[in-house]
Design a protein around this ligand. Structure first.
Ligand SMILES: [Mn+2]
Length: 286
């Protein structure tokens, strides 16, 4: 098949499948056009793919070798520099095309700015959006742009998608009021535990889109993310929640966003790559 907007770049080092037949289809989004603090998310997809070279494809936790799973890597979106809306249009169009050729594919986005999750949600139309993030991302507009990364959860909620947020430790008073007025539940990183997660996520309608903005992790795990914040979650806390979701809910799509850095072997990408392998391992073990 021909994807309109993707081009072939560094791929995962597996025997890869064709997107028409794959269970998991990986798409990179090297966009950082509205990054506020630490640049480098444009290198996220490449750094994550490189970081996978450091990992065993056999996942101990699940007795699964993900190299034996049908995984496709369709490369990176050709971004529209500086324009999050036009780039998200390309994400949306590419995933719509993917769903046409393979309705059973589970898309996995590697980013890149969190602003781009909007395009994936528009294409995949989940009923619910579960997000791990340090930030509420509920601003109506930021730096005069409603498609800035700081607005993505607001835009997704406006599509009628139910939301639940975990690991939050940053937001404005206006965002907190907006969440309350619109019935958007969120759990502070200080209050996060597995039981709180299950309680909020259990009643959510399916399918669910799962988004991990890696700044949800403590910044020691993700030093090169765009807007790092101290006091985040541990790696296994997020994995445990992810495992519950793949076992108990139909998943429309998954992303790992806001991976930055400008050096191969960056800790941030190592964290993201490990999470990527655990997602495919957990889902592939079912
Ligand atoms: Mn964030």
């Amino acid at each position: 098949m021909e994807f309109l907007y993707t081009y072939k770049t560094l791929k995962l080092e597996f025997p890869l499948s064709e997107p028409e037949k794959a269970k998991f289809v990986i798409l990179g989004i090297p966009f950082d056009g509205t990054t506020s603090f630490k640049p480098g998310a444009r290198f996220g997809p490449t750094l994550i793919r490189h970081a996978t070279l450091n990992l065993e494809s056999y996942i101990l936790d699940y007795d699964v070798d993900i190299a034996e799973l049908p995984i496709a890597d369709i490369g990176d979106i050709a971004v529209v520099a500086g324009d999050p809306r036009k780039t998200a249009d390309r994400v949306r169009d590419t995933l719509e095309e993917l769903k046409r050729i393979n309705p059973d594919a589970l898309p996995i986005l590697l980013g890149g700015e969190h602003s781009q999750t909007l395009g994936a949600v528009e294409a995949l139309r989940p009923a619910s959006y579960v997000v791990f993030d340090a930030h509420l991302d509920l601003r109506d507009s930021y730096e005069d742009n409603p498609y800035n990364h700081a607005c993505v959860a607001r835009r997704i909620g406006e599509l009628g998608v139910r939301e639940a947020m975990f690991g939050i430790r940053s937001g404005t008073r206006e965002e907190v009021v907006y969440a309350e007025e619109n019935g958007i539940p969120w759990v502070h990183a200080r209050d996060y535990d597995f039981d709180a997660f299950v309680e909020l996520v259990k009643p959510l309608p399916e399918p669910v889109y799962l988004s991990v903005d890696v700044d949800v992790f403590d910044l020691s795990l993700v030093p090169s993310t765009g807007t790092p914040e101290a006091g985040g979650l541990g790696f296994w806390e997020v994995v445990e929640a992810m495992e519950w979701l793949v076992e108990n809910k139909r998943i429309a799509g998954f992303d790992i966003m806001e991976v930055g850095g400008n050096e191969l072997g960056d800790i941030t990408a190592l964290t993201a790559a490990k999470l990527l392998f655990h997602f495919m391992g957990a889902k592939g073990s079912l």
